[in-house]
Design a protein around this ligand. Structure first.
Ligand code: ADP
Ligand code: MG
Length: 350
């Protein structure tokens, strides 16, 4: 079933189009990620679902009901923001109990629910602390407990891990995912962090300038980006342009790239490219070949990123990620052959 639905939602601020005719259905129990650069409309969409933003046109449904005239506090949603937004003068217990007591729940009922929530977010016994006595990660767990305590239909999260350092963020991603699954709640999650989107979500929508560019499971969107923007925003991509026919594209110097359903622009991910130096054998399956010269090798321990000049592909260097098996780098100016399979060549719609 559909938990949340946005139907032709548009929102302008003066001349800025924050949302441009966005239609999207969020399924029951899924972890859905809105991914896009800063200013692409992610927060506006989330706030329109919550009821903080009133769209100029279009409609929002929650559990099948139109909520366009329903105020924020009646929409049955929980929210978590990047800046913890806990009440600083209140204890953890009171922060979490707030929603329950506001709805007329007794103190005993609130206590029981707070204890249950603190268990869920792995902070049992923290009820008497003040927010300032907690780490950033702990504060976000309390914010999550506070958002979930009234058992809302939908959980909305706006860059909830954005203020945490990388290590803690990874730990919290796993935890957030486990909690979301165990509660079975529909969660819509905003991030501009591509890795977070890939690791955390059931589905991803990529936004650009207030429009949804592509929607799909992480692997679908990564392996088959629809446009150059999607390919370059979610991961890295080499883009080659030429004259298409059904089976490939011909680059300006006559070199042919094989690709089923080729369009004028095709993409290949850097990790799909084999970099062969003089004398290296290449499997026949790697049908696409480009001659190039190493410009730069960027060493990052477990892998090496090569920037490679390939005249056939145009003036920009291509990227190839190579696993660091040998511990040795190819020096600048080394002539190489780039090779990859036709199946790893992605036709782009733009
Ligand atoms: P994101 O969350 O993807 O960074 P936002 O949804 O916050 O993007 O913003 C989308 C666009 O709308 C941006 O250009 C932003 O400046 C503009 N915008 C958002 N909220 C307001 C507002 N209250 N007043 C004016 N412009 C706004
Ligand atoms: Mg935002």
């Amino acid at each position: 079933m559909t938990a949340v639905e946005a139907e032709h939602v548009s929102k302008r601020y003066g001349t800025v189009v924050a949302l441009d005719d966005v239609s999207m259905a969020f399924a029951d129990g899924e972890m859905f990620c809105l991914l896009g650069p800063s200013g692409s409309g992610k927060t506006t969409l989330l706030r329109a679902i919550a009821g903080f933003v009133i769209p100029d046109s279009g409609s929002i449904r929650i559990a099948g009901e139109r909520v366009d005239d329903v105020p924020v506090n009646k929409r049955d949603i929980g929210m978590v923001f990047q800046n913890y937004a806990l009440f600083p003068h209140m204890t953890v217990r009171d922060n979490i109990a707030f929603g329950v007591e506001a709805k007329g729940g007794s103190r005993a009922e609130a206590d029981r629910k707070v204890a249950e929530m603190l268990e869920l977010v792995q902070l049992p016994g923290y009820g008497a602390r003040k927010p300032r006595e907690l780490s950033g990660g702990q504060q976000q767990r309390v914010a999550l407990a506070r958002a979930l305590v009234t058992r809302p239909k939908v959980l909305l999260l706006d860059e909830p891990l954005g203020a945490l350092d990388r290590r803690l963020r990874q730990v919290m991603q796993v935890e957030l995912r486990q909690i979301q699954r165990s509660v079975g709640i529909t969660a819509i999650f905003v991030t501009h962090d591509q890795e977070e989107a890939l690791t955390l979500s059931d589905r991803i929508a990529i936004l650009d300038k207030g429009r949804i560019v592509q929607v799909g499971a992480p692997q679908d969107v990564y392996e088959r980006p629809a446009t150059g923007f999607a390919a370059q925003f979610l991961g890295d991509a080499n883009i080659l342009a030429g004259k298409p026919d059904g089976q490939g594209v011909t680059l300006t110097d006559g070199i042919r790239i094989t690709c089923a359903g080729a369009t004028a622009r095709v993409a290949v991910r850097p990790e799909k490219i084999i970099v062969a130096a003089d004398g290296d054998k290449l499997s026949g399956e790697l049908i696409n070949r480009l001659a190039g010269t190493i410009v730069q090798a960027v060493y990052s321990g477990n892998s090496v990123t090569y920037h490679i000049a390939c005249p056939s592909a145009g003036p920009e260097t291509l990227l190839a990620f190579v696993q660091n098996r040998s511990g040795e780098l190819l020096a600048p100016k080394t002539p190489v052959t780039l090779a990859w399979a036709a199946s790893q060549t992605i036709p782009l719609q733009d």
